[in-house]
Structures are given as structure tokens and as C-alpha cells.
Design a binder for this molecule. Structure first.
Ligand code: FEO
Ligand code: CA
Ligand code: CA
Ligand code: CA
Length: 683
């Protein structure tokens, strides 16, 4: 979410050891292609193309064992473009951009066409594309680059755009109170995930209305729970006394995917959707569950009394009965997870609790290697929060990439494993600290002295990480793993509350512009890291513009971060810093990190000497953020999301400027970027 809507009251205030401020790392650079298992990784996922309809088991490639993979693209084939501030997207010369699947696009005949007066109903929204698109992935059908399933997260809502005249409230007992059931349902249904069949016909991409695989997962959809919280008393509610299910997914921000062809959606700023007006539990206090009001006031209405499901009252988690099975004190315990969805079947979504419970921004897999654990990285996006890694107990069997019971494969790799949190040490060394009952804390006891079960640790993941001395980061957002080198990159978007406590990995006070950190896995729980690039305004002084950026690539608040199959790193921004915002809207830049080497073939960060390798490719419309990126397997179509635009899109051509004097009801949308000559993007 943008700085403007981020809840400033939520940030980690626990006090761990900090480090001296430094402006650059001091250790010697890592040699390219020296990172062990990461190398064997390679671009095994880029060709995942499963058969959707008809039950065929056409399969993705299994992981390669080729240890000599070289980047297929060594140079970007476009020139950096100027910044822009328009009610239109801007793409590099030779490219075009089309609007696809904007908010409200009907997925089936149960939804009326989108109305620009905001009068669509909750029932329409239940059957249409959600609002505020974010993380996303394209799943090819039968390997096609013109026919696939686009799976899109919908992070949050703009009530002014969603409803004809904004939200309806009445003042009751001096409190602004929501009064219309249909409005609240529409808001809940506008959250979540869309699965939409998309095809390209006659040069244009379209949603295939009524495709049997089209569907929505929203803030009210019943989902299964697996891993340590499965049937835990911590999940007992009046609706689910045995703790077997949870209702809904909310604030779906970044995404992930798996080597077996499923989609992962990540629950980010969920705590604000709940309120506990009584005494908060330790985990509610640590994560910042509301104490006086919910984000959108959903808890203020009872909903449909004939349903007997406490449709909206469940968002008020204040204990109201004598036992957890009679109220909703545990309702929020069903949120904060990585959720797995099989795009190719109409199956239920599964909350994979072993990967921790916090504000998950994204969930990035390392490329799978036969005989080694499956690894995911996930950042907790709030100020001073942590970076996590999950490692499966089960070792990767490449045959699992071909199975059609994909959620059973997910159970094998995602329900049993070890969750770690990162400590960034001096001299570029780092350590993954396991979050288990026997893990030794900073004070010399073990987590088992503070937590009774692994489920308790998961419920308050961040609280457990505090005890281990994890490194407080500047809002970890997306992670991406280089398919060429195996190096993992993560955006640290900004942290303007860092006023007196820098550490070696977050070296700037009042970090308005953010940076990108990266690491290589080493033996055991060790890693090596450095800072890849610092965001900054081009005219910043040398202590601010640490990477020597210019007007052609200045950026702030890096957020979305994705490697394509060729080793090109795409950086998306969600910038609230006026120093850069005055020069350009949010944008997407590209660089090929594996090509940034010195004469000893060591990986180099972006600095003044090589900053020109970072090129601006795309600029979004006014007031938007650019987030979410997906590709067809042959890289001829890129899908990027425009979230919370101001006065866009005017037409199906995403580059068409909204005419002066025209005021639109803004619609988040996917933009399809293609080369006019049909070639691969970026080459
Ligand atoms: Fe939803 Fe951290 O951005
Ligand atoms: Ca955002
Ligand atoms: Ca952000
Ligand atoms: Ca984000």
C-alpha cells in the first residue's frame, strides 16, 4: 500500500541490538556463479505450463542440473525513458500497452457490466474482477503465450470509487456508523484474488467471460487451514469450533508461486480489519490489531440474520462469551498467512500456516533443486520488521512438478518445515535463526520457555523473532531470486521512522528513498549479503544519492521486484517521497545484475560507475503505484498492475492520456505491455 494509506501507528518497537551506521558494505564481493546450490537452480519455473481443461497432465520442465547456465540476454535492448507525470502510462519506444481486466470486469453472466456511476451491486462484485490489483502471475494453458490464466491479488479498496457516492454512514451515538449491508458486502468481495482465463485474439487480450476456471476468492470465502495451526484451539470460533477452516483472505499484496504450478497469495495489512476493544493478547498487541475501530467499519453491521454466520460481527474480536467456540475472539488468528491456490482447478484455497503469520508482502521460491529442500522467502512489511525464510522438511522430487494433484504436493512441501528469521551481521555475514521451541533466545533461554507449541510461535511469529535478535529492516517488501546466480534480492521500501538506530543492513536515518538488499545462501544457516542499490533523487547530494542515479533512473520506495526467466530484474515503485515524485510518477525499471561484474568476475552493486545499466522502462499514470508483474513464457507479453490511479484509464489503450476536463471513476487494471514488432520484451 502507499505511504499515504499505511497505518503509521504500526511498527515494531521492540529493542534489539543495533549496529553502527555504514554507507557501504565492507566485505569482498562474491564471485559470480559461486553460490553453491543456487546455481543448480536455473530457470526451471519459467516454462511452467500446465494443462487446464480436459485433465491432461502436460507438465512443466523439471529442474535443470546444468551448472553452466548463462544469461540469455546480456544487454537491455531499450534506452532509458524520461520520467512522466500524466494520466496515462508511458512505455519505451517500440512498445505498446493495453488495459486488461480493470476492476469490475464481469467474470461471468452473474455480474452486470461495470457501470461508471458506481451502482454495481455486491452480487456484481462477487462475480467480477476485484479492486486495487497487486501481485499477479500468468499460468499458460498448454504452454500458450496467448491463452492462460491470470491470477491477480486485490489488496484493498477505495470506497469513493467503489460506491456511487462513497461510503454511506450515519452518526449514531456520535459514532460514524456503516448502515448498508450491500455496500459492506461489495467491499469485502472487492478484496481477495481473481482467477481469469485470458486470451489474445486479433491482437487484443481479453478476459474469457464464463470460462469454467474463472473465479473469485474474497474476504468471505471459506478456506482450509493446514500446517501447525490446523485444528488448533487458537482457531476455534463459533463458525469453526474445531479450527478446521478460516473465512476469507484480505489485503492480498505481493504474491508467490511454487515449482509445482500453484499460486501463492500473501495476506499483508490484515490486522487493521479487526478490532479488540478489550484487553489485547500478546500477538494482537505485537502485530497491531486495532483497539478502537476497524479499517472500514465492517464490524458495525450484523449482516443477514437468516445466515446465522455473524457475517460482519466476526471482525470485532473482543471476547463476548464464556468460551472461544461461542464468539469470534480467534477470528483474526485465521489471517496473516501464505495462501495456496491451484489455478487449474476450482478447488478451495489453503492457508499454509508453517510459513509464519505476519504482514506477508510476498513469498518468493528459490528455484527447486532435486534432493534439496524447497525454500521460500517472505518479508514482513512494516517499519523495523523482519525477513523470513522457510525451508521444507521434504526434499524436492522433480517428478512432483508434473503431478496434477498440486495441492497435495503443496501439503508435502509447505506444511512441515523450518521457519527462520534473518540477522544481518557485520562484514557482510548473516545468519538464519530458526523459530523453533528449542531455539536459544538473546537472554539465553529457549523459545519453548515463552511459547507452548509451534502453533503458538507461528501465531506470534514476529514476537518470537524479537526474542532471537533478528535485524530490524526498513519495511521488507518483495523478494526475487536471480535465475542466473541464485542471489536473492529484496526491496526495503522506506522507513522515515528510523531516527536514531541505524544498523549495518539499514544504514540510513530517515530512509525516505529505500534500498534493495541481496544475499547468497552459504553452508548451514549462513548467508552473505550486500546492498545492491539505494533509491534517491537525481539531484541528491553524495550522501543521499549513494548509487549515483540520474534523471533517467532516479527512483524511491522500491516495492515490486521480479526476475524474468532471462535474468532481467524488474523494479517497481510505490513512492511517497516528493523529491522523486516531483520528477516522475511511479515506474518500472530494469537491470541485469549478473552482468554487473568487475574484472575478477565478481558481482558488483549499482553505484555511480555503472548506474546507467539501470534503465527506466515504464511509467504509470498519476497517483498510481506500479505493482505486480507477470510474463508469458516467451516474454512477448508482460502484465503489470496499476493500483489506485487518479484519473485513468480513459480507453483500452493504456497510453492514451485522459483529456483535460474529463473526470473518470478511476479503475485499477492490468496493463499488457508488448513490443509492436511482437518480439521479446527488453531485448
Ligand atoms: Fe501492500 Fe507492502 O505493500
Ligand atoms: Ca500499495
Ligand atoms: Ca509499498
Ligand atoms: Ca507492496
Amino acid at each position: 500500500m502507499s505511504e499515504a494509506t499505511f497505518d503509521p501507528t504500526i511498527y515494531n518497537t521492540s529493542h534489539n541490538t543495533t549496529f553502527d551506521s555504514i554507507l557501504d558494505t565492507r566485505f569482498s564481493r562474491r564471485k559470480l556463479l559461486s553460490s553453491g546450490s543456487g546455481i543448480a537452480a536455473m530457470a526451471a519455473f519459467s516454462t511452467v505450463g500446465l494443462s487446464a481443461c480436459g485433465g491432461s497432465s502436460s507438465s512443466p520442465n523439471t529442474s535443470s542440473t546444468d551448472l553452466t547456465v548463462q544469461p540469455s540476454v546480456t544487454e537491455l535492448g531499450f534506452q532509458s525513458i524520461n520520467g512522466a507525470k500524466l494520466d496515462a502510462v508511458v512505455v519505451a519506444p517500440g512498445y505498446k500497452a493495453q488495459v486488461l481486466a480493470p476492476w469490475g470486469t464481469p467474470l461471468n453472466d452473474n455480474a452486470n457490466p461495470w457501470q461508471d456511476d458506481g451502482t454495481n451491486t455486491a452480487q456484481d462484485q462477487l462475480n467480477a474482477v476485484g479492486m486495487h490489483h497487486d501481485g499477479m502471475r500468468y499460468f499458460a494453458i498448454n504452454g500458450s503465450s496467448e491463452d492462460g490464466l491470470l491470477v491477480v491479488n486485490h489488496e484493498y479498496i477505495d470506497q469513493n470509487a467503489l460506491h456511487a457516492n462513497g461510503k454511506t454512514v450515519e452518526t449514531i451515538n456520535d459514532i460514524e456508523t456503516r448502515t448498508l449491508v450491500d455496500e459492506i458486502r461489495k467491499e469485502i468481495y472487492a478484496h481477495g484474488v481473481t482467477v481469469a482465463r485470458i486470451t489474445k485474439t486479433n491482437g487484443t487480450w481479453n478476459v474469457v467471460k464464463n470460462d469454467p476456471l474463472n473465479r473469485r476468492y474474497n474476504g468471505a470465502t471459506e478456506m482450509d487451514v493446514s500446517g501447525p495451526l490446523f485444528m488448533s484451539p487458537l482457531l476455534t470460533t463459533k463458525y469453526s469450533p474445531d479450527g478446521r477452516v478460516a473465512r476469507g483472505t484480505l489485503n492480498n499484496c505481493g504474491n508467490g508461486y511454487t515449482p509445482w504450478g500453484t499460486y501463492l497469495t500473501c495476506e499483508e495489512n490484515w490486522p487493521g480489519y479487526f478490532v479488540n476493544t478489550g484487553e489485547r493478547t500478546a500477538d494482537q498487541d505485537r502485530i497491531g490489531v486495532g483497539s478502537d475501530a476497524t479499517r472500514y467499519g465492517w464490524d458495525q453491521l450484523a449482516g443477514d440474520p437468516t445466515e446465522q454466520n455473524d457475517e460482519f460481527a466476526r471482525f470485532n474480536i473482543t471476547p463476548s462469551a464464556s468460551t472461544p467456540s461461542q464468539d469470534y475472539r480467534n477470528e483474526a488468528n485465521g489471517y496473516g498467512y501464505i495462501v495456496e491456490i491451484d489455478p487449474f482447478t476450482q478447488s478451495r484455497a489453503i492457508k499454509r500456516t508453517a510459513l509464519g503469520r505476519f504482514r506477508h508482502e510476498g513469498c518468493e521460491p528459490r528455484p527447486a533443486v532435486a534432493g534439496e529442500p524447497i525454500v521460500f522467502y517472505s518479508g514482513h512489511d512494516a517499519r523495523f520488521e523482519y525477513i523470513y525464510k522457510y525451508e521444507s522438511d521434504a526434499l524436492w522430487d522433480p517428478a512432483d512438478a508434473n503431478r496434477i494433484d498440486r495441492l497435495a504436493v503443496g501439503e508435502k512441501y509447505m506444511d512441515a518445515g523450518t521457519l527462520y528469521v534473518a540477522r544481518f551481521g557485520e562484514e557482510g555475514q548473516g545468519e538464519w535463526l530458526p523459530l523453533t521451541l528449542t531455539s536459544v533466545t538473546l537472554s539465553g533461554d529457549v523459545l519453548g520457555d515463552s511459547f507452548a507449541t509451534q502453533a503458538d510461535i507461528i501465531l506470534n511469529t514476529a514476537g518470537a523473532a524479537d526474542l532471537l535478535g533478528a535485524t530490524k529492516m526498513d519495511r521488507p517488501e518483495w523478494c526475487a531470486v536471480d535465475p542466473i546466480t541464485g542471489t536473492a534480492y529484496m526491496t526495503l521500501t522506506n522507513n522515515t521512522r528510523r531516527t536514531d538506530d541505524t544498523n549495518i543492513a539499514n544504514p540510513r536515518l530517515n530512509n525516505k528513498f529505500g534500498h534493495i538488499i541481496r544475499w547468497d545462501e552459504k553452508a548451514g544457516t549462513a548467508f552473505e549479503w550486500d546492498i545492491f542499490v539505494f533509491g534517491a533523487p537525481a539531484d541528491g547530494d553524495s550522501e543521499t544519492n549513494l548509487s549515483g542515479l540520474t534523471d533517467l533512473n532516479q527512483f524511491a520506495s522500491p516495492d515490486g521486484l521480479v526476475f524474468d526467466s532471462r535474468g532481467i530484474l524488474w523494479i517497481q515503485t510505490d513512492n511517497g517521497a516528493s523529491e522523486v515524485k516531483d520528477g516522475t510518477n511511479d515506474q518500472m525499471l530494469a537491470v541485469i545484475p549478473s552482468q554487473l561484474t568487475n574484472n575478477q568476475n565478481q558481482q558488483m552493486p549499482l553505484r555511480a560507475s555503472n548506474q546507467a545499466e539501470l534503465k527506466r522502462f515504464f511509467v504509470g499514470p498519476n497517483r498510481c503505484e506500479v505493482t505486480g508483474l507477470a510474463f508469458t513464457d516467451n516474454n512477448t507479453a508482460f502484465f503489470a498492475n496499476i493500483q489506485h490511479p487518479g484519473n485513468w484509464p480513459f480507453s483500452n489503450d493504456a497510453t492514451q492520456i485522459t483529456p483535460e476536463g474529463v473526470t473518470l471513476r478511476p479503475r485499477a487494471a492490468t496493463v499488457v505491455i508488448e513490443k509492436i514488432d511482437g518480439g521479446a520484451i527488453g531485448e
